[in-house]
Design a protein around this ligand. Structure first.
Ligand code: NAD
Ligand code: TYD
Length: 339
């Protein structure tokens, strides 16, 4: 299967590439990524150097995506602007990539006759919960952040094309991910990086907001199941059944790293901060037999160990050096990577 992975140099996309190479050696992943600040080709080493995965540097808003999707058996669409705080500062890139880019990609896939499209979305399209209840696939879309609004728009576009043009697509909505290769602007890797450096951990508000955490490996097995067996035109929620308050997570990270809780610094709350997310993923469990396998304590411990063992990766990201990798190692004419 020739599988195009948009956003494959980012956090979840690169984990998905590693997942497919380990579990479906016969699949041929091609990563299409613009390499924004969030794209890091080091996430794909050594797959790129061993030639097990191709790479195309391209913006999903570019008409040239048509050439990239031609001949693909499936497209899995991760590429997006993904950080809520950045969308609060300036949402223009979110509208461009998440809405226009997704639309451009849909059009290209239709024109090329791509037989399967998986749109990777988020539970944030449902908005915020109070202390009770959970999101099902029937919950109304009530996005609060500009990020979530652009993701909701892209979900609706995909579903409208399914309905209007019989576009062969399926949509997933997952809760908060954590694991290796996550950019240290997001909560868990930021807290780990700060704690390892003995620096302050900025916790918004009182740290009482709740997120439903899932290890990225469990997200990948769910995506794999939906890609292969999900029903066309359907939405599948994906979640880890693991609700935690932010303060609890920050304390757990400090305890695991043997650091004092005095490093926690309560800072101004995020504007429009969603209180709580909780995902009901019974549909996915019932229809496709998927289950999350990694408990939070074990997953967090593994993730902390990964960041500890991959200090050069973290240093490269924090100094911005990771952005030179492409220029240094990619042989444009041959479309290959040299060590
Ligand atoms: P990320 O920010 O780590 O990676 C995004 C990738 O997309 C980067 O490699 C970036 O270079 C690329 N990209 C951005 N704009 C592009 C463009 N115009 N053209 C081509 N490539 C572009 O994001 P992530 O956390 O890996 O999230 C991946 C997807 O999963 C997103 O669609 C996100 O909405 C969704 N999601 C994320 C989470 C989470 O907790 N991180 C949870 C649920 C759903
Ligand atoms: P984040 O990782 O940005 O994911 P999302 O906003 O998409 O859920 O944030 C997770 C939670 O952590 C969210 O409630 C905001 C909070 N947070 C902090 O308290 N401090 C921080 O520095 C960041 C980035 C997030």
């Amino acid at each position: 299967m020739k599988l195009l992975v948009t956003g494959g140099a980012g956090f979840i996309g690169s984990n998905f590439v590693h997942h497919t190479l380990a579990t479906h050696p016969e699949w041929k992943p091609v990563v299409l990524d613009k390499l924004t600040y969030a794209g890091n080709l080091k996430n794909l080493e050594p797959a790129l150097q061993q030639g097990r995965c191709e790479f195309v540097q391209l913006d999903i808003c570019d008409r040239a995506v048509l050439d990239a999707v031609r001949g693909c058996d499936a497209v899995i669409h991760f590429a997006a602007e993904s950080h809520v705080d950045r969308s609060i500062e300036d949402a223009a890139a979110f509208v461009r990539t998440n809405v226009d880019g997704t639309h451009n990609l849909i059009q290209a896939c239709r024109e090329a006759g791509v037989p399967r499209f998986l749109h990777v979305s988020t539970d944030e399209v449902y908005g915020s919960l109070g202390e009770e209840g959970e999101f099902t696939e029937e919950s109304p879309l009530q996005p609060n952040s500009p990020y979530a609004a652009t993701k909701a728009a892209s979900d609706l576009l995909v579903l409208a094309y399914v309905r209007t043009h019989k576009f062969a697509a399926v949509v997933t909505r997952c809760s908060n991910n954590y694991g290796p290769y996550q950019f240290p602007e997001k909560f868990i890797p930021l807290m780990i990086a700060q704690a390892m450096a003995g620096e302050r951990l900025p916790v918004y508000g009182k740290g009482s907001n709740v997120r439903d955490w899932i290890h990225v490996s469990d997200h990948c097995t769910a995506l794999d199941a939906v890609l292969q067996r999900g029903r066309e035109g359907e939405v599948y929620n994906i979640g880890g059944r693991c609700e935690k308050r932010n303060l609890e997570v920050a304390k757990l990270i400090l305890a695991t790293l043997g650091r004092s809780e005095s490093l926690i610094q309560f800072v101004s709350d995020r504007k429009g901060h969603d209180l709580r997310y909780a995902i009901n993923c019974e549909k996915l469990e019932r229809e496709l037999g998927w289950r999350p396998e990694i408990g939070f304590d074990q997953g967090l411990e593994r993730t902390i160990a990964w960041y500890r063992e991959n200090m050069p990766w973290l240093d490269d990201v924090r100094t911005g050096q990771y952005r030179d990798y492409f220029q240094k190692h990619y042989v444009q004419r041959e479309k290959t990577f040299a060590p």
